[in-house]
Design a protein around this ligand. Structure first.
Ligand code: F0G
Length: 456
């Protein structure tokens, strides 16, 4: 290539206005939302980086596909398109559509977990953890040691600790009904997992007859990191790489709201016939018939097209670069982030940035409030509000206090990112004025969604 600028590989066909508010308005809105960004109205947010889940822009190809949606209750054409798209990537035998990722988790865990079981995972996402604990099982996070050091620069900081994986299986005979690997490792900074690590984890699991599942929400982003960082993959296509990743596992749970490029949807895919039947029976109970699983036919169409588009090299190159672009600016200005930049998000290390706020006063939550107050930016805390409350009712500070700035797919342009950087640099310049927060009222599980907070 003669030119080095990586452009957004699309042009914009439809626009959605976003609204500026004043700082005084945002101060009032924050108080009304009990200092919880989940409780804000989206229209009061200028740049919404709460999540990359279901917030992406669909392509003209996806919208065109939706017009072909077959809404038959059973055996719809759209289901077979969806099934083919999933199988083309995963080669897994049974494909069970669900309304989103957590439904796939609930159905899988509801079929295989019993109280006292242990599920090792590089890092469980919050709903994955909650669905495991809801079954009385233990969600055991075993990322490699370096994953807990935001500053450590490793190409595959999302890897699972293989020694701990084997040890957990050996020391708990009959109590590990499955192991999981989350790609990319969302709660650990959006960091990728190497092919070598997936392969080795698979060998361990097969040796001990423990099924291995991928939580594959961001499989395409992970494939891109393998292509660009792991030896031997530079000349392979993202599809080849994804296929190899899935060849090492017995099943997968997926939120199509991420790398499915859709606004809703997910699936559970697996090889075991008997388990698939049990899961389908549970699916019918709460999601729907196995050829739609809680989705409209047009949703299945959108996902089938999205799964193809997400593996385009120009898309993945732009996607990963646009996140790294923000990371580079922050690093150059000494704002501590989880390094290297994640695939779908930048994670600010709030413990490092705000050493004056103790963990008991939730520094990442406090920083996320400051970003909204000063710049109208919505982010999410991934720290002790999200993970500090233990199933036995006790409190344990999270390993890291992070603020995640998650990038919706194909939504914001480079000038939005430049604005973001400007706000972040400003907030960094007034960081000593940021105060901690306390919890006023919170439910026992998944408390971050609805907790009422107050400024200290
Ligand atoms: N697994 C991972 C790794 C996730 O990131 C998510 C969702 C899920 C499972 C559950 O999928 O939302 O479709 O039910 N993550 C979103 C986020 C919500 O903001 O990171 P879901």
């Amino acid at each position: 290539m003669k030119f080095k600028t990586i452009i957004e590989p699309f042009r914009i066909k439809m626009v959605e206005p976003i609204r500026q508010t004043t700082r005084a308005e945002r101060e009032k809105l924050l108080a009304e939302a009990h200092y919880n960004l989940f409780l804000l109205k989206a229209e009061d947010v200028l740049i919404d980086l709460l999540t990359d889940s279901g917030t992406g822009a669909m392509s003209s190809g996806q919208w065109a596909g939706m017009m072909l949606g077959d809404e038959s209750y059973a055996g719809a054409k759209s289901f077979y398109k969806f099934e083919t798209a999933v199988q083309n990537i995963t080669h897994l035998k049974h494909v069970i559509p669900t309304h989103q990722g957590r439904a796939a988790e609930r159905i899988l865990f509801g079929s295989v977990l019993k109280p006292g079981d242990i599920v090792p995972n590089n890092t469980h996402f919050d709903t994955t953890r909650a669905n495991t604990e809801y079954r009385g099982a233990v969600a055991y996070d075993i990322p490699i040691a370096e994953a807990h050091d935001p500053a450590a620069i490793l190409p595959f900081k999302g890897n699972i600790d293989l020694q701990k994986l084997e040890q957990t299986i050996v020391e708990n005979p009959g109590k590990v009904p499955l192991a999981m690997i989350t790609v990319t490792n969302n709660s650990g900074g959006g960091q990728p997992v190497s092919m070598a690590n997936i392969r080795a984890a698979s060998e361990i699991c097969r040796r001990h007859s423990v099924p291995l599942f991928l939580d594959c929400c961001r499989f395409a982003e992970n494939a891109w990191f393998i292509k660009t960082r792991e030896e031997g993959y530079a000349d392979k296509t993202p599809l080849d790489i994804a296929q190899e990743m899935f060849s090492y596992v017995d099943g997968a749970t997926m939120s199509a709201k991420k790398d499915g490029m859709a606004n809703i949807g997910g699936f559970l895919a697996l090889n075991d016939d008997a388990l698939a039947q049990t899961c389908k029976n549970l699916l019918i109970l709460t999601e729907g018939f196995p050829t739609y699983g809680g989705l409209a036919g047009y949703d299945l169409e959108a996902i089938a097209v999205g799964l193809e588009e997400v593996l385009h090299e120009d898309y993945l190159n732009y996607r990963i670069r646009s996140v790294a672009y923000l990371g580079d600016i922050l690093t150059a200005n000494d704002i501590p982030i989880v390094r290297p930049a994640g695939g779908h998000a930048i994670y600010i290390d709030a413990k490092g940035m705000l050493p004056h706020i103790p963990q008991s006063e939730y520094p990442a939550w406090a920083l996320s409030l400051a970003l909204y107050l000063e710049g109208g930016i919505r982010s999410v805390e991934i720290g002790s509000v999200m993970f500090g409350h233990q199933p036995d009712g006790s409190e344990k500070p999270a390993a890291m206090e992070l603020v995640r700035l998650a990038f919706p797919r194909r939504v914001y342009t480079q000038s939005h990112v430049d604005y973001l950087a400007e706000v972040l640099l400003y907030v960094n310049s007034i960081k000593n004025e940021i105060r901690g927060v306390r919890i006023v009222d919170a439910p026992p599980v998944l408390r971050h969604f609805s907790a009422k907070m107050a400024l200290i």
